[in-house]
Design a protein around this ligand. Structure first.
Ligand SMILES: [Zn+2]
Length: 113
């Protein structure tokens, strides 16, 4: 999983506390950062994709990220993810979610109000 450095725009693996390009302390960047995850374009089954999503969500809520962008493709994974997100929002575990503007193959998950 990657996050975007707010200072320079570089995609940096989540395990890096500092941006390797501009040395910004990523842990102090909290406003509006968006994590990115693709669960549909490496041959994943629906079960694998859902497992990846659940694991990523657990990690994402521990970061300062405001949102998680999940690429789901256009097939069964998308349908399963949409149902799961509806459940999470209904149960209060997710602030909100929506389809990415103009892109049916990705969802934006809002992690923080
Ligand atoms: Zn940077």
């Amino acid at each position: 999983m990657l996050r975007i450095c707010l200072d320079c725009g570089m995609e940096v693996p989540l395990c890096h506390p500092e941006c390797p390009k501009c040395d910004a302390r990523l842990s102090t960047q909290s406003d509006g950062s968006v994590l990115h995850l693709d669960i549909a374009h490496h041959g994943e089954t629906v079960a694998m994709a859902m497992s990846l999503l659940q694991q990523a969500l657990e990690e994402a809520v521990q970061t300062p990220a405001q949102a998680l962008r999940v690429v789901v493709g256009g097939g069964r994974i998308r349908d399963e993810v949409e149902a799961y997100l509806a459940y999470l929002q209904h149960s209060g575990e997710l602030v909100g979610y929506g389809q990415e503007a103009g892109n049916r193959g990705a969802f934006i998950l809002v992690l923080k109000p």
